[in-house]
Design a protein around this ligand. Structure first.
Ligand SMILES: [Cu+2]
Length: 143
């Protein structure tokens, strides 16, 4: 049984690398499963989603994209019966913490979103308080 384990592990790795977009690794942070919503034609607001896994304590202080005029970290808060978006000044992760940005919850808000027609991927840059810059290439459209 033990002899099989490395094989299974290798197969699992091969499967992952074949199917999943390569995660963006950094010494402090891993970003994976990222994508950008394709807004209806003419709408210049969109959102990006991803999962961040921190290896060390990380504070994200800014985000930007060449196709957006402004990128903000947003969360959702309940006000009475309504869910409203609220900007977060920064996003702090503890060592080992994973934070999911997903529809209906936290997201990266893309204001003035205007990729050239036919664009299928876009870069999003995440900047940390420590001065690290993570450049992610995210697919446009629901995965
Ligand atoms: Cu938002």
């Amino acid at each position: 049984m033990l002899r099989l384990t490395p094989w299974l592990f290798a197969l699992a790795l091969l499967g992952l690398s074949a199917c999943a977009p390569a995660p963006t690794d950094g010494p402090d942070l891993v970003a994976e499963a990222g994508w950008i919503r394709q807004p209806p034609p003419g709408q210049r607001r969109s959102a990006a989603y991803l999962t961040l896994k921190a290896r060390t304590a990380v504070t994200l202080v800014a985000a930007e994209s060449p196709y957006a005029e402004r990128v903000e970290f947003h969360t959702m808060v309940k006000e009475g019966e309504l869910m409203r978006m609220r900007p977060l000044p920064n996003v702090t992760l503890k060592p080992g913490e994973a934070r999911v940005f997903a529809p209906g919850g936290d997201h990266l808000m893309l204001f003035g979103w205007a990729p050239p027609p036919g664009t299928t991927t876009a870069e999003v840059h995440l900047l940390t308080e420590a001065g690290t810059r993570h450049t992610l290439t995210l697919p446009i459209g629901e995965p």
